[in-house]
Design a protein around this ligand. Structure first.
Ligand code: ATP
Length: 234
């Protein structure tokens, strides 16, 4: 494992992606103290003021690995466990891997794949949650974890992520899925889903299937499995 820190980056995911072709190896972490162009899913912006954790790491897929999209759940569980170390009992995972405290977003992740390389980017608000017009945000400090900084958080996270990644490789998604279910919204939580085709669906959280997809119980008694989309907890 190697952790590199720079004062500023446009996007740590873009930086790691640029290193992939040069043969960068798994276990490399890059942290920027701030990002000028932090990205979220679907070209969304990740606000990256100083004081928070902005980092990316590289996973090199190996023959026999579980399906690569399930790394989203590995990442969510690892970040949640790292948060638990400094702020026990407060955070929940929202499918697939947002970390929330109450309704407010503490952390978001972006996974990008090129060939056998998966780049995992993580934004975690430590001191300075941005104020956003359309959603509540929060930070570790806002909940009293004021001894935590980005450096200490990343060393904890890198250890935990390595352990979860190795568990995923050895035992498949199942143990990660079990941890995820303990860390996520409770069964029966009311959810609205915006699907990629533009439709909306409301229901109650039932389960996570063996591939990591979200299973919703709908009002008409049927079940729907959701593989992609935006989820709102009601
Ligand atoms: P969600 O389901 O929460 O909308 P998403 O997967 O679309 O998540 P991400 O890629 O995790 O979103 O993050 C992008 C979104 O997160 C932005 O559109 C914005 O609403 C919010 N956001 C941006 N910067 C921050 C930040 N530093 N802290 C918390 N939320 C942020």
């Amino acid at each position: 494992m190697e952790i590199r820190t720079v004062a500023q980056s446009v996007s740590t995911n873009a930086d790691i992606l640029a290193l992939v072709a040069d043969g960068a190896t798994e276990g490399l972490w890059l942290r920027a103290e701030m990002q000028a162009g932090g990205r979220g899913r679907l070209d969304r912006v990740w606000e990256s003021p100083p004081g928070n954790l902005y980092c990316s790491t590289l996973i090199r897929l190996q023959p026999g690995d579980p399906p690569p999209p399930t790394l989203a759940l590995v990442a969510g569980v690892a970040v949640w466990q790292a948060v638990e170390m400094v702020l026990p009992g407060k955070a929940r995972i929202k499918w697939p891997n947002d970390i929330l405290v109450g309704p407010a977003k503490l952390s978001g992740m972006l996974l990008e794949r090129t060939g056998n390389a998966v780049v995992l980017g993580i934004g975690l608000n430590i001191m300075a949650p941005p104020v956003l017009p359309d959603r509540a945000t929060t930070s570790l400090w806002a909940h009293g974890a004021v001894d935590t900084d980005a450096t200490s958080m990343l060393s904890t996270l890198a250890e935990i992520f390595a352990a979860r990644l190795s568990q995923w490789r050895t035992y498949g998604l199942d143990p990660i899925r079990t941890l995820w279910l303990k860390a996520a919204h409770a069964s029966g939580t009311a959810i609205r889903a915006h699907l990629p085709d533009g439709t909306e669906l409301s229901g109650h959280f039932a389960d996570l299937d063996a591939s990591g997809a979200l299973i919703l119980d709908l009002a008409d008694g049927t079940r729907r499995t959701i593989h992609a989309g935006d989820i709102f907890l009601l």
